[in-house]
Design a protein around this ligand. Structure first.
Ligand code: GAL
Length: 469
């Protein structure tokens, strides 16, 4: 695959401009990262069902590793097909190359870390961290673990572990503390603002991917008239609904307006935010009735089965299709992503740090060093659905899983100088965990019937509290 480093300068510049802006506003906060995962009963226009609690999948080290091996506990929330497989393939390669060491995935189910994040945080703050853990670049990493009044709970990573020159400058900026040191290894770049659709459902109804929200409603009406669910939604964790909200905000506010939301509380008073909430409410008329009982991958299954035409989800959905051997899907940026300044790429990265109190720092350092390499990233990402964060990656050997057509297109977009990169709120880059939690609380109430005006007021208050100097 063509993956020249020089072409990365374009989006890297955009990342610097926008992600740094997003990180600069509210500094460190130690507020707890409580995550709203239980949807409020009584969605405005869709019937309500009781959410199914996600099972906890925490493999015991005994089950995953030989008894005499030194175990490296890596806590993630990856339990579904492509995600768990990608991490396991990475660990298999590392463990095979390091006899006596055994990295394993101590996974806690719940999309977007809706359960795992609080558990991991309690362990790290309580002085009993896993050897490493999944954390998003940006505010989630820096506000929770690094830029703390009492100092970082993570060790800075030397260039022998991660060479910053192999990562986009904007990414390096938001994995670095206020001391300028790098604190985590980004494994990937995910795109959040993506629409996925069942090609057969579209072609048999003479439809194409909507590019604006007006188009979306025209398309959705055509599907509804045929009795087909237009949009699959699985928001048993409110974050999935939050992602749809972000898609609509991007469409209504554009990149600059969206980025101001994370630094300027007055931005939330904009009538365009009310307009976004109006659109969001309308979307409810087109989603599956059991949306708040389903996980993101169960919603994706509705698309695979042709029971729904589209879903709005990050490109871990691509990894889900790969894992399920489903090839009948198409993709397009979420409606409204094509803006006058360029097409928007809403980015996030999964990363893995070294806790200062990690039980086995030497073994974990070896693992993190491997995770930062092009070799490690090219083992993991083809399964995960994402593109590598390391700019020298992108060329898996012929005997390994290859990047698929979606990933080739994502890489082309990411490296296109006309692309505008903005950070994801729901996946830790744009806002502090406390700010995200307050937004999710407002959205949960909105799902429960709170008016547009009251929801906007709650969002303004959330921003004022989070962004207070
Ligand atoms: C995101 C994470 C992705 C994927 C997704 C669904 O927060 O960055 O890698 O796991 O949640 O769980």
């Amino acid at each position: 695959m063509d993956h020249p480093v020089s072409k990365r300068l374009g989006p890297a510049v955009a990342v610097v401009a926008l992600l740094v802006l997003a990180c600069g506003g509210n500094g460190a906060t130690t507020a707890p990262a409580s995550i709203a995962v239980t949807p409020t009963q009584g969605a405005s226009t869709a019937p309500v069902t009781t959410p199914t609690p996600a099972p906890v999948a925490t493999p015991s080290p005994e089950a995953a590793c030989p008894a005499d091996a030194t175990q490296i506990e890596v806590q993630s929330w990856w339990t579904t097909g492509g995600e768990a497989t990608g991490l396991q393939k990475l660990f298999d390669a590392f463990n095979a190359a390091n006899p006596g060491l055994c990295a394993y995935n101590a996974a806690i189910a719940g999309g977007a870390g809706s359960r795992a994040q609080a558990i991991i945080k309690a362990r790290v703050l309580g002085g009993a961290p896993p050897d490493s853990f999944q954390v998003h670049m940006g505010h989630e990493l820096l506000d929770t673990y690094v830029n703390l009044p009492g100092g970082s709970l993570l060790d800075p990573l030397p260039t022998s572990v991660i060479d910053p020159s192999q990562f986009p400058a904007g990414v390096v900026k938001i994995i670095s503390g206020t001391d300028g040191k790098v604190y985590t290894v980004p494994m990937n770049i995910h795109r959040a603002n993506e629409m996925w659709f069942n090609k057969t459902v579209f072609s048999s109804n003479s439809l194409t991917a909507p590019t604006t929200w007006d188009d979306f409603f025209t398309t959705a009406d055509a599907l509804k008239a045929k009795g087909i669910t237009a949009l699959a939604l699985g928001d048993n964790g409110i974050w999935a609904f939050g992602m749809v909200f972000e898609d609509v905000l991007i469409a209504k506010l554009g990149a600059d307006g969206f980025s101001k939301l994370w630094t300027d509380p007055t931005a939330w008073s904009d009538p365009k935010v009310a307009d976004a909430l109006t659109t969001l409410q309308k979307v409810y008329g087109y989603v599956n009735a059991d949306h708040n009982a389903l996980s993101w991958d169960q919603a994706n299954q509705l698309v695979i089965d042709g029971k729904a035409a589209m879903t709005l989800m990050g490109d871990w959905a691509n990894g889900d299709y790969v894992a399920k051997n489903f090839t009948g899907y198409g993709w397009a940026p979420a409606p409204g992503s094509a803006q006058p300044q360029g097409t928007i790429y809403q980015a996030l990265a999964d990363s893995f740090p070294l806790p200062s109190l990690a039980p086995d720092k030497d073994a974990t350092t070896k693992l993190l060093t491997f995770m930062a390499t092009a070799q490690g990233q090219d083992i993991f990402n083809p399964y995960k659905g994402s593109i590598p964060a390391n700019v020298t990656a992108g060329h898996p050997p012929a005997n390994q899983q290859q990047y698929n057509d979606y990933q080739k297109s994502a890489l082309a977009d990411w490296t296109n100088s006309a692309t505008v990169v903005i950070p994801s709120m729901e996946h830790g880059a744009a806002a502090s965990p406390a700010f995200k939690s307050a937004i999710e609380a407002a959205l949960t109430a909105f799902e429960g019937g709170t008016s547009i005006a009251d929801t906007q007021t709650a969002l303004v208050s959330a921003a004022q509290a989070a962004l207070a100097p």
